[in-house]
Write a protein that binds this ligand. Structure first.
Ligand code: DGL
Length: 283
């Protein structure tokens, strides 16, 4: 149909709703672009699962999105970025942007003391993906990591600024402040929502690195360098696919984006092997 590559959508996936923090930044940076978001809500969370399982899920989702003819894939989930990027790169011929490299790059550029803290899910921290990426960029930087699994349910519940959130943040993060980190990477889709309490516990001297913002910059740069940007006069459309009933996704997603989500379709990845049609539109 003569459609040029630039007119295709950006595909973004996450284990659930949290990746909307990345989508939000991508849309803010590139409002002219169409996006297709995939939240694997039926199999959420990924942070507690084995790398083998997360890799399999990631490949299934990537195949679903590639069939919808995307021009670039954003792996918004830190856990999936940490363990599946190589497998995805081996399978796909389009550019793939994970959240680890951009976050690591910003952390290295930000630290003055040479001590960087990284927080994320069990899966992300166990993979050492951030530590490896930071060390690749600067051997001298010391990386101190901490898994903070309770932050995910707190963010989903909207408990981001109450006593429970503050106590949880203090319990997880006190060790990091004592270690003297001056930069902290929010290495999970949900953590930007808890920025306020995290910043309070870490204190004024510590800079927070939001992987979502850095990832959006990386996406813009890759599209620009490859001549794949749509004209800036355009306004993008946004579509959402989830694997569980969409009600919870819509409720939390609306709060997360601060606006109403567009159409959310429930799909089954099993059906995707036989047919590309979404199972139905909800609400
Ligand atoms: N999206 C995940 C991440 O950024 C957090 C939620 C989960 O455990 O699936 O690591």
């Amino acid at each position: 149909m003569g459609i040029t590559l630039a007119w295709k959508a950006i595909g973004i996936f996450d284990s659930g709703v949290g990746g909307l923090t990345v989508l939000k930044e991508v849309v803010k940076t590139l409002p002219q672009e169409d996006t297709i978001y995939f939240g694997d809500t039926a199999r959420f969370p990924y942070g507690t699962k084995s790398p083998e399982t997360v890799i399999r899920y990631s490949l299934e989702i990537a195949s679903f999105l590639v069939k919808r003819d995307i021009k670039l894939l954003v792996v918004a989930c830190n856990t999936a970025s940490a363990v599946s990027l190589e497998a995805l790169q081996n399978e796909l011929s389009i550019p793939i942007v994970g959240v680890i490299e951009p976050g690591a790059r910003r952390a290295v550029a930000t630290t003055r003391s040479g001590k960087v803290g990284v927080i994320g899910t069990e899966g992300t921290i166990k993979s050492s993906a951030y530590a490896k990426a930071i060390k690749r960029m600067n051997q001298e930087v010391e990386v101190i990591t901490r898994a903070c699994p309770m932050f995910v349910p707190l963010a989903e519940e909207g408990w981001v600024d109450n006593e429970v959130a503050r106590l949880t943040a203090r319990t997880y993060l006190q060790g990091l402040t004592e270690e003297g980190v001056d930069t902290l990477v929010l290495g999970c889709t949900h953590y930007p929502l808890l920025k306020g309490v995290i910043a309070d516990v870490m204190g004024n001297g510590v800079k927070l690195v939001d992987s979502a913002e850095e990832t959006a910059r990386a996406v813009a740069e890759i599209l620009r360098n490859n001549g794949l940007l749509r004209p800036s006069s355009e306004k993008g459309n946004h579509h959402y696919f989830v694997t569980d009933v969409p009600a919870g996704f819509i409720r939390i997603g609306n709060r997360l984006l601060g606006e109403k989500l567009g159409d959310v379709y429930q799909v089954s990845l099993d059906d995707n092997r036989e047919s590309e049609e979404p199972k139905g539109e909800a609400e």
